[in-house]
Unconditional design. Structure first.
Length: 194
């Protein structure tokens, strides 16, 4: 009786002879080459701008137009009430009592007179009579302004948020000198260090 075929395969493997594979284990077909390989990239490059345009045109712009045409908010209602009372100026904006010190120049502390600060200071008032109050005490308030500014060092000015600190010091100094809350905000409209 002849030996079973299964016994021959281990013998062939032991002799390092090649073993035939079944037909079902054939290699996969080769990947497409040429234009077909680039087709997904080309489609993406062509469709991305079209998709962006469509999103802006049909989604974003209608939303923005809807927001612009939205009914006025509570803030806008308050402004219209102030307009009805006559609290707005000629240009349609609410009149805020203010005063301005222009071209304030001081030497910075610790620089031995070699560095200076030049600034314009716009003062928004909490009191509607700020112009008359500041005109009556102008020499005193200029002195206070120059004292606060000349006490600053170059390092003080270069720190982050230094302008906010300067504004707060000026508001406090003005209100303390006038013995009442006259100043609400201070704005530094020009700020040059030389």
């Amino acid at each position: 009786m002849p030996p079973p075929p299964k016994a021959e395969a281990p013998a062939a493997a032991a002799k390092n002879e090649p073993v035939a594979l079944p037909a079902a284990a054939a290699p996969a077909p080769a990947a497409p080459r040429g234009l077909m390989a680039w087709l997904p990239a080309i489609v993406t490059v062509l469709l991305a701008p079209v998709a962006t345009w469509a999103t802006v045109e049909f989604v974003l712009l209608p939303r923005l137009q809807k927001k612009i045409a939205a009914p006025p908010s509570a803030e806008a209602s308050a402004e219209s009430a102030a307009d009805a009372k006559g609290e707005k100026g000629k240009d349609g904006k609410k009149d805020v009592p203010s005063y301005e010190f222009q071209n304030q120049v001081v030497n910075l502390a610790g620089t031995m007179g070699t560095r200076f600060l030049k600034t314009n200071i716009y003062i928004a008032g909490a009191d509607p009579n700020i112009k008359a109050i500041f005109d009556g005490a102008k020499p005193k308030l200029i002195d206070i302004t120059q004292s606060v500014l000349s006490s600053l060092t170059l390092a003080d000015i270069e720190e982050p948020g230094s302008k906010n600190v300067i504004r707060a010091k000026l508001v406090e100094a003005y209100n303390q000198a006038l013995n009442k809350k006259v100043v609400a905000e201070v704005y530094l409209t020009d700020f040059v260090i030389q």
